[in-house]
Design a protein. Sequence first.
Length: 247
Amino acid sequence: MDNSRIINSARNPMFEAAAHRESDIQTTSLWNDFLSLVKIGIVNSNLITAFTGIWLALYFTNQTFIESIDKVLLGMFGNALVIAGGCVLNNYIDSDIDHVMERTKTRPTVTGTIGRTKVLILGLSFSLIGLLLLLMASIPAAIYGFIGLFTYVVLYTLWTKRRHPINTIVGSISGAAPPLIGWAAIDPNLSIEAWILFLIMFIWQPPHFYALAMKKCEEYRKAGVPMLPVVRGFAETKSILLLLLLA
């Protein structure tokens, strides 16, 4: 074929439009994989509780939002990165069982759309940068951030998740940490109100995850994850759910 025809074909608006569409699709797919990797739903929901801790700390210490904007931003961005980093590391560790479960089998760590080395680097980088931002806000904020991260990645994901039904309780500790971290970013001296907020978040989580575990019981059983309904059955799980809800 004549070279000029090849060039003209390449410059054809139809070919250019198709190339742009393919590029847009690839970009969208990569972005969606990233959001799945960091578990954006978990990040967003935890940021709501983190901001609640920040707002209450401002209120109880008689500080204004504007005068403390630097600590507010450090607390929010630090929280976001630590949470995202923990979620990425969780995906990295659980990639061998995520393919079994319907709700996790399309994660990029399962499909391979993002390499494992990149996932590990991303998780560690997010975690480290997040902790540094929290440290710039206050030392206690960084300490609580590290405790939350360590609890989620090591105590929950690496240790209890595949070994004992207490895994949900352990995971709930990390899930209740963001409001403490946010509060400590504003006021390093946590008051009783901060711990009450932590307790509320801690108690709220097990019923949510036990209900999910009952719905996905067979998937958890197949994956070898000893969630309470898998180990103790539905009757005992419902009794514990009722006690937690009444609490």
